[in-house]
Design a protein around this ligand. Structure first.
Ligand SMILES: C[S@@+](CC[C@H](N)C(=O)[O-])C[C@H]1O[C@@H](n2cnc3c(N)ncnc32)[C@H](O)[C@@H]1O
Length: 235
């Protein structure tokens, strides 16, 4: 048994629309009101499923320069890599939302397949945009809601504090409403160690910051989101 998930890469992984609603504590009505950005979206099917419901969603990821088939192969390989290590840490997860490792793998595979089936057409329509944080090509306030999951904070062992600060400011730049981030813990299942520094930095930039509880907990202790809103400029 181990006390952290030992993976050698930032996994090209994805979640479904239902998982997004639950992990971000979102009400579908909020999503229907505006333009939504998922960054980084990885192999998530959030955007394709949201679009099918008439929601104006856009997905970005550093790997979106690749073609659909390469992304499908990469996604399958990364699901294999993460879940081959999973038994060592299964005791660190809460088994309510999902009942078994097989179920989680099936949901990840479903997200990957829905995403890759939509990718080529979606890229033509600019629903999938290659982007490398901490820089995004979108104009200021291009989106009403920005969602960012399973990247910042989670991979705090390999993304440094300056990268976090710059990425958060960039997500805020392209947002006119709110940015939500999940989870607030790392692959070691401990709270992100510099969260207080990040919050102080954001306050100094005039950003309104709150943490809110969500009806989702898989990694033990990962049941809160950080919600950020642009204030009236620097305080
Ligand atoms: C674990 S996935 C998270 C995907 C999705 N948000 C979710 O919750 O399932 C992390 C993603 O970050 C992407 N990534 C890594 N570095 C990045 C960067 N600098 N800018 C944008 N995306 C990046 C990876 O390609 C990967 O798809």
């Amino acid at each position: 048994m181990r006390d952290s998930l030992d993976i050698d890469r930032i996994a090209f992984f994805g979640r479904t629309y239902r998982e997004y609603l639950d992990m971000f504590g979102l009400n579908e009505d909020v999503l229907r009101k505006g333009r939504i950005l998922d960054c980084p979206a990885g192999a998530s099917s959030f955007t394709v499923e949201a679009r099918a419901k008439g929601i104006n969603a856009t997905a970005t990821d550093i790997l979106y320069g690749l073609d659909a088939d390469t992304l499908l192969q990469k996604g399958r390989k990364d699901i294999g890599h993460v879940f081959e290590k999973f038994d060592e840490v299964a005791h660190l997860y809460v088994w309510n939302y999902y009942k078994s490792k097989d179920e989680v793998m099936a949901v990840r595979t479903k997200a990957l397949e829905l995403f890759t089936a939509d990718f080529s057409a979606g890229k033509e329509e600019d629903r999938y945009v290659r982007a490398e944080l901490p820089h995004l090509s979108f104009p200021d306030k291009a989106f009403d809601v920005v969602l960012s999951s399973n990247f910042l904070f989670l991979y705090g062992d390999r993304l440094d504090l300056d990268f976090h600060k710059a990425s958060l400011m960039e997500l805020l730049r392209v947002c006119s409403g709110e940015v939500r981030l999940f989870p607030l813990i790392g692959l070691d299942f401990k709270p992100y160690p510099y969260l207080d520094d990040v919050v102080e930095f954001l306050h100094n930039e005039g950003v309104m910051v709150e943490t809110i509880g969500v009806p989702f907990e898989f990694q033990k202790g990962a049941n809160r989101v950080l919600r950020l809103r642009n204030g009236q400029g620097k305080v």
